[in-house]
Design a protein around this ligand. Structure first.
Ligand SMILES: [Zn+2]
Length: 174
């Protein structure tokens, strides 16, 4: 009987975690949309701590003429400043596309707990970006990072952002 109860609690926990992941991913998608409409590349991210968004970022590579200004990096910089700390323990980053190796490394350096992403690096490559096709899973395994990874959250909606951006063509790839 106890066993059944525990399973129910676990299931409930998983369902609520999924709902929470989707809720925050929707926020990342909103940031992404804003960036696309402003003529930027289609990548948005939010950083969550204690169930609250503490930082947001959309890709600003073209706006800032800065090849490192990926959505995740912009969000991490904002979170570092907000918490006045280079360490972001207890934080989860929600990114519309799987973080590239550069962003994964920054997430690792910041000691973040978890990555949640929608579309994959391969999807971004298909959209025309000059991606290094090393998955987060591979980065974690090869680098020995403790970060947890959940992929494919609202993946269809996230891929739609890439398509929408292609249709609008307000900026190029890089
Ligand atoms: Zn990146």
């Amino acid at each position: 009987m106890n066993k059944a109860k525990i399973q129910t609690v676990d299931e409930k926990g998983m369902i609520s975690m999924k709902a929470e992941d989707e809720k925050f991913m929707r926020e990342a998608i909103k940031i992404c949309e804003r960036g696309v409409n402003a003529g930027q590349a289609p990548f948005g991210a939010v950083i969550v701590k204690n169930k609250r968004i503490i930082a947001r970022g959309h890709n600003e590579v073209w706006a800032d003429t800065d090849i490192t200004a990926h959505g995740e990096i912009v969000a991490i910089r904002n979170a570092n400043r907000k918490l006045k700390s280079v360490k972001l323990k207890g934080c989860t980053i929600y990114s519309t596309t799987e973080p590239c190796p550069m962003c994964f490394s920054a997430i690792h350096w910041a000691r973040m707990d978890r990555i949640v992403y929608g579309a994959s690096i391969k999807d971004a490559k298909k959209a025309g970006f000059h991606e290094l096709t090393v998955s987060n899973k591979e980065m974690k395994r090869k680098g020995g990072s403790a970060v947890e990874i959940t992929g494919g959250v609202l993946a269809r909606e996230c891929r739609k952002q890439l398509k929408q951006w292609k249709l609008l063509r307000k900026c190029g790839t890089y």
